[in-house]
Design a protein around this ligand. Structure first.
Ligand code: PNS
Length: 167
């Protein structure tokens, strides 16, 4: 049986940190789906379609490296349902620090209660990406200052063209 995983997130937008976790998950699992979880009650900077386009731009970069087992899908609702719909028995999350760990530890227990057959796998963040978050990327976009390495490879141009098309 193939081992499939989802990497769920809001991805508003995808960051270099998310990208690293997805790439590392792709080396472990047969297929990895970046599951873009959209909460209809929360409006983000980017729409579901825009987040999807941004994630796909990063997936193209992975393909250039020969990594071809990653795809992306948009989901509404629960992460555990996104895993089931993706035929994935693993939910992969990146953890940057103890706060992330506490949160993900609780989420893993909720997931286990929803579906004991879905396993949560936590991947520790690369130290140089520990400060990176979607909030940080949104601030770079807003104030025009910050470390461009926070953008996931291949996404800065797509992100900026989406924002420019709104002006
Ligand atoms: O990128 P984020 O914001 O850390 O991603 C969080 C996300 C989307 C993975 C999380 O909020 C989530 O799983 N939301 C879906 C709802 C859900 O499954 N909740 C858990 C049970 S109450």
């Amino acid at each position: 049986m193939s081992k499939n995983a989802i990497v769920p997130g809001s991805f508003d937008p995808l960051t270099a940190g998310h990208f690293d976790v997805i790439r590392r998950a792709a080396a472990i699992f047969d297929r990895v789906t970046a599951a873009i979880l959209v909460n209809s009650e929360k409006s983000g900077l980017f729409s579901a379609d825009e987040r999807f386009a941004i994630v796909n731009a990063a997936i193209e970069e992975l393909k250039k490296e020969g990594i071809t087992n990653v795809d992306a899908k948009v989901f509404a609702g629960l992460t555990v349902d996104a895993a089931r719909e993706s035929d994935a028995a693993f939910i992969v999350k990146g953890v940057r620090d103890a706060t992330d760990f506490d949160y993900e530890f609780g989420m893993a227990e909720i997931t286990r209660r929803f579906d004991p057959e879905v396993e949560t796998v936590l991947i520790p963040s690369r130290p140089d990406l520990m400060h990176v978050s979607s909030t940080y990327v949104r601030e770079i976009l807003k104030y025009g200052k910050g470390d461009e390495r926070a953008f996931a490879p291949g996404t800065a141009t797509v992100i900026r063209s989406i924002l420019n098309s709104r002006k």
